[in-house]
Ligand binder design. Structure first.
Ligand code: HEM
Length: 247
């Protein structure tokens, strides 16, 4: 980059390159700063998805009645159209289970962290002086949402709500990637997670594979492993046990 700059025609098209280019020559171009940015993005993309998998496995094992309908859905879709993006979109029950698992085990209890770059006054008169940080209490919102029994894990609730809204063409709003003031799993608005479509595909490929090949049940002392909290981060229990039996 330093030698060739804009003249470098066959430059890589990857994350390290994007970070280098957006840093330019200023303060952000120090090695320490570049590495911090890379690690931050690793955390934003890899840790979140990994945590979502572990939570979903715990929820599938703790709610074994979900497994047969999921197996039926996955088998039917894969036997007709194989593994493809379209097939993953059709896995509505699996999408619903992932959304429900993320709703009750939101990776960060807060979402939509924003800083007032100019003084700002909301319509209700609340005033933010310049530099104020504001966040949305995502986990609290998820558990008091306007849905029946919001604190209860109901794996297929979003699939049922989607089916009810099918006729009005609004089924998509119940998909896991559809952010809203009530679904802050991936944030909302201009800075909503751009990786959510990719993340949901990863999660569906992995979990459909698990559901197809294994029966799951909780091991250990019984009961869904409890979450641990580190500040605002919700961590899946690292001691939890899930037993897999090959179908
Ligand atoms: C289950 C997995 C994931 C979860 C739960 C998640 C969650 C989030 C949340 C809550 C935000 C903040 C959104 C906001 O402030 O409105 C965010 C931002 C972001 N996420 Fe994700 N994410 C996931 C996966 C990924 C993946 C796989 C990537 C990249 C491949 C990614 C890249 C990003 C980036 C770059 C931002 C910053 C966007 C911006 O500030 O404009 N995320 N994510």
């Amino acid at each position: 980059m330093r030698e060739l700059g804009a003249e470098w025609k066959d430059r890589p098209d990857d994350l390290i390159q994007w970070i280098l280019e957006s840093a330019g020559d200023g303060e952000a171009s120090s090695e320490e700063e570049l590495i911090a940015r890379l690690l931050f993005l690793n955390f934003a993309s890899i840790h979140t998805t990994t945590a979502a998998v572990v939570h979903a496995l715990y929820d599938l094992a703790a709610n074994p009645e979900l497994q047969a309908p999921l197996l039926a859905e996955v088998t039917e879709i894969l036997s007709k159209s194989g593994m493809s993006k379209q097939s993953l979109t059709k896995m509505k029950k699996l999408d619903s289970v992932i959304r429900e698992s993320q709703r009750l085990n939101t990776t960060s209890t807060i979402s939509m962290m924003r800083k007032a770059l100019v003084p700002y006054t909301f319509s209700d008169g609340t005033h933010l002086p310049i530099g104020t940080w504001v966040v949305a209490p995502a986990a609290a919102i998820h558990q008091s949402a306007s849905i029946p029994n919001p604190t209860v894990f109901d794996g297929f609730r979003w699939e049922r709500m989607g089916a009810e809204d099918e006729a009005s063409g609004k089924a998509g709003k119940h998909a896991a990637v559809a952010t809203s003031f009530e679904n802050l799993i991936f944030g909302h608005g201009k800075h909503a997670c751009p990786g959510r479509f990719f993340a949901m595909q990863e999660l569906k490929i992995l979990l459909s594979h698990v559901v197809e090949r294994f029966e799951l049940r909780l091991g250990g002392a019984g009961g869904r492993p409890r979450n641990r909290f580190l500040g605002v981060s919700c961590l899946a229990d690292r001691e939890g046990v899930v037993e897999f039996r090959m179908r």
